[in-house]
Design a protein around this ligand. Sequence first.
Ligand code: CUO
Length: 679
Amino acid sequence: FERPTEPVFMPKGDKAVVFDVPDEYLVERYRPLKNDLEQRFGADERIPVKTISLPDLSLPLQLGRREQFSLFLPHHRKMAARLIDIFMGMRNLEDFISAAVYCRDRINPFLYIYALSVAILHRSDTSELQIAPLVETFPDKFMDSAVFAQVKEEASIVTNSEQRLKVEIPVDYTASNLEIEHRVAYFREDLGINLHHWHWHLVYPTDVSRSIVKKDRRGELFYYMHQQVLARYNCERLSNNLGRVKRLNNWRDPIEEGYFPKLDSQVASRVWPPRFANSRLQDIDREPEQIRFDIQDLERWRDRIFAAIHRGSVLNDMDESIPLTESKGIDILGDIIESSTLSVNRNLYGDLHNLGHTIISFIHDPENKNLEQFGVMGDVATAMRDPVFYRWHAFINDIFLEHKNTLPQYNVNQLDHPGVLVTGVQILSADTKEPNVLNTFWEKSDVDLSRGLDFAPKGSVFAQFTHLQHAKFRYTIQVENRTGSLKMGTVRIFMAPKFDERGLPWLFRDQKEMMIELDKFVVPIKPGVNKLDRMSEQSSVTIPFERSFRNLSQAPQTGVALDRYMFCGCGWPHHMLIPKGTADGLPCDLFVMVSNWAEDKVEGRGDPVCADAASYCGVRDSLYPDKRSMGYPFDRQPRPGVQTLRQFLTPNMYVQNVKIKFTNEYKNLTDGGTLPHRN
Ligand code: CUO
């Protein structure tokens, strides 16, 4: 994972480790130099590499070593699938290491790191291995290209890494405030958010072998995770005096939003192309990616999917009708729309969402006339930087909503937990006396770039970036159990702004789409009055900062904790749990529900590992831990007579008025501040 374009014989890491490779593992160019190389590149440790019968790499080798790689391109997906099959097929760890070493100097580094990561995540003998966060391997996908020259200068001149200065990544580097979309750039360009997105797609690949793709409710999770991203983005937009994002649903109109990423690919030695404001989509016909399709193809697939939703069933590739049921329909549609190999009929319903990314990403050079690579929308690690990502996903989400709107509404019995009442909810934030106020501010954090700086002097060198942060807080939830016996409940916490972009109160049907999940957990509820305390850091949607930006040496050193630490890179970054809010305090509805666990629980889950960001990421090697439809109770239209959130409430629900107050200051609270004890 370190220094991805450097050959295997160059030492990696602080302790110089090299692989002792058989002669035929060196690329031809370096074979005659072997003795010289061994003398020049000394090592503290040599790892012997077993000779295996070499795999057939002809397909993955079709991608040039210095080209870009995109999961949205079918041809690239095929190459990745082949390489993952090679890695997964190695009979033991020794063979796997050997195959990985052999491939490293030959395969395109993006493709290689992707395939290697998927294999490590899914092989049983590597489940305890660390996957380096992508920001360390390919930092150039995440930050202003201007920092790299400075970082290399610092690393070359100051040999003692402890004396090296941090290089600051400017806050406003992609646009000025004349571009109104830039107001939410701190969200779109957040390192943790982009890492989360890359990791999500790593855990849920679309096109490798069925055994890897087939995970519990993956299609539904594709819908839900991206729906929540949109809801969160819209909360940020309202915090910044912008309206909700508009669907990209007319593909013949110019796209208003432009985006100039200021990213350079160090591997490809190319800049990422920008998109000018008011560009128009065009039919795609590009030879290098072996791809040809028209806007009309997308339109046909869209129309067929809508027709299927209105009919209530889809046709599989044997022309059999499969109903879109209340519980399974959304999962089937997720795989069709994304699409993944689990799509019941890719001929008929196509590859809508993926090729939408593709057509947008080639808007500047649809026929490869100018030999340009794809823009940021073509890569899962960079796509969320671009305003058009949210417009595209708003369109995709709208298709899912069309289906959700056909489902029966939840009746009171499906919402209530008889005898269990939520009678009070309070939030207390660190360093604030006033209850029910959430505080946000800026924070600066560091990321070590040394693992991603090929052919530069070794040793840590840090870049410092600015991100949103919130003071940590505690929920106190008062629950009354009048049943006389112990009950189990699932506590579901959501939040949404109280008013829309015009300052008017919402109708339920619109506010439900703004509800962001903050936490979900199971608790026993004793007869009588219970006071439940829950800390913000315990959230089931987020992972802590160190896990997004792991530093191996900081990993906890105990068995289970270490395990959990290792493979759990998927999860919303904790520093982005709470939207920015406003200086005056953005009024929000904090919604708390205690549903009946007897109807939520999932049997046969075994001993789940890596479950602490389960809401958006699922659980490794296990079932999704909540039987309800994802987004419950906000995934459906309300029952008749319900117009507002307050009318929607059953006795086991509670809504508290809260405010998100933003202070335009830097604070350095790695732990989010101190919280007083509850009286
Ligand atoms: Cu995550 Cu469009 O699916 O990027």
